[in-house]
Ligand binder design. Sequence first.
Ligand SMILES: [Zn+2]
Length: 263
Amino acid sequence: MSRLVRSTRQPQSPGFTLVELLVVVSIIALLLALLTPTLSRAREMTKSVACRSNLHQMGNGLQTYLATYKYYPGGHTAGGVGTYVVWAPRIRMYCGYNSELFNCPVAPAIQRWKTVIDPALNLPKRWGYLANERPLYWNTPFSYGYNNWGQGQDFSQPQWGLGGYAEWRIQGNAEDWDALEASRVRVPADMIAVGDSKSEGVWDAFIDPQPGEVREWPNDPHLQKSNILFCDAHVETLAIAELVDPFTNDHGKSRWNNDNQRH
Ligand SMILES: [Zn+2]
């Protein structure tokens, strides 16, 4: 008898029961479920801040370009075989030739601009590119787009954006399709310059607001928002509906046009 009593007083095993274990596991799972969206949202926010910083630095480069040349850099060369993107390398001249600045942090590798020098190209230093640098073509995947035509269509007269062709007055008329005189932008703080762009290999380096051209609209990769650089170098984070809604947003429309009017 005395032996039996002693054995019942022995301390229990220090481990968890199955129920306790299940409770702990469920609490951990619940905490993870609560934390994961917060963490991924924080990660996305960080990328958006880095994108805004890229655009702001481009804006500073653009300011220096304008102070130097009195014209906007122009969108691209005027057609023909090998249409080059020109706005990006011309702004890059005043950003320490840092191509990495022109890559949105969410962009996949194929859309990223790297400086590649290839003597076999046999190209002069031109359009903001270095000698023998591989140029960006109209169909090179790219993550930022330039507001070349504004609310006007290609070849509309006068052009409403920052200018399509990079040549200066090739038509001999400032109303034509060439690079735009800086003074033509009526409200630089309310004129879209560069923004996140949809990348599908067709005019990626340009953004347009035309209702029928959804694939040319800005991209919204930052928690359904788009980062947009304005001509005075400030950056805003906007929803697509604030930029291109064809029916309701008159202010959004006017911001695409150098006369600051909707068309
Ligand atoms: Zn971005």
